[in-house]
Design a binder for this molecule. Structure first.
Ligand SMILES: [Zn+2]
Ligand SMILES: [Zn+2]
Length: 255
């Protein structure tokens, strides 16, 4: 099993250590982990300024040397790449295996994460309209390898609203910019019945010619490592998609 979306204590919302993930990987039969801590640049985000790439690589390299039986990969989850091209360019110079680009801020005012938009009574339609526009802009800007949790507002709104034509356009731009979607399984731990994305959106990706996906748990604790992996692999098989990883930002089909 491979888990291409995992957070450690280098993320402001996780306290987990590399050693705990390594122990969990050996126990669960996970052989590839990509550590993708949050890199937030938006001044309204609580995580801004938290990530330290130098400290990350120092600790990552020690963990990697201590676990030659596993494939440990270095990554980041970079928020809103389309707004922060200059900052993203700095991270592109570092030896990351995989950069996830994620839209955590829909661009609405007040500038809140989705849980905050729900709490403020912002209607789902309003959130989704702004969110899909931001996703379109971010995949057009590119500069990253994997689009994180493509339909994340559903994790908070508990409903999914999308325009099929706009989604198809998003996938066409991803394909021309070499960006693959992930199948993020965190929704399965939060009472939703399907992955992010689920069948309705994966079908459009496959119809537009998409062939590859990564699988990520979005774990913030070692107990969550590779959670939901079997369901994600079922989805891939259903649409004839192939699991991939990235090494030094090159796509590698899984064996
Ligand atoms: Zn995220
Ligand atoms: Zn994440």
């Amino acid at each position: 099993m491979k888990d291409m979306h995992v957070h450690t204590h280098f993320s402001p919302d996780s306290g987990e250590s590399f050693t705990a993930y390594i122990a969990a990987a050996r126990q669960k039969g996970v052989h590839t982990i990509c550590f993708t801590d949050h890199v937030d640049t938006n001044p309204n985000d609580i995580g801004t300024g938290y990530y330290d790439s130098g400290a990350f690589f120092a600790e990552f390299n020690v963990a990697k040397a201590a676990a030659p039986d596993l494939q440990l990969l270095a990554g980041i989850e970079f928020s809103e790449p389309h707004h922060w091209g200059k900052e993203l360019a700095e991270y592109q110079k570092l030896p990351y295996d995989c950069i996830i680009g994620s839209v955590h801020s829909s661009g609405l005012e007040p500038d809140l994460f989705f849980s905050g938009l729900v709490a403020s009574g912002v209607p789902a339609e309003t959130c989704y309209a702004a969110y899909w526009q931001a996703v379109l802009e971010t995949v057009t800007a590119g500069g990253f390898d994997v689009l994180g949790h493509i339909d994340i507002p559903k994790r908070y709104y508990r409903e999914l609203i999308f325009d099929e034509e706009l989604l198809r356009e998003i996938f066409r731009r991803m394909l021309s910019n070499g960006i693959v979607p992930e199948i993020n399984t965190s929704t399965l731990r939060r009472g939703l019945s399907d992955t992010m994305p689920g069948r309705n959106i994966l079908r459009l990706y496959a119809e537009e010619g998409g062939k590859f996906c990564t699988i990520g748990s979005d774990a913030h604790t070692a107990g969550e490592l590779a959670a939901g992996n079997a369901q994600a692999r079922e989805r891939l098989a259903e649409f004839g998609l192939r699991e991939v990883t990235f090494i030094r930002r090159e796509l590698v089909p899984a064996k």
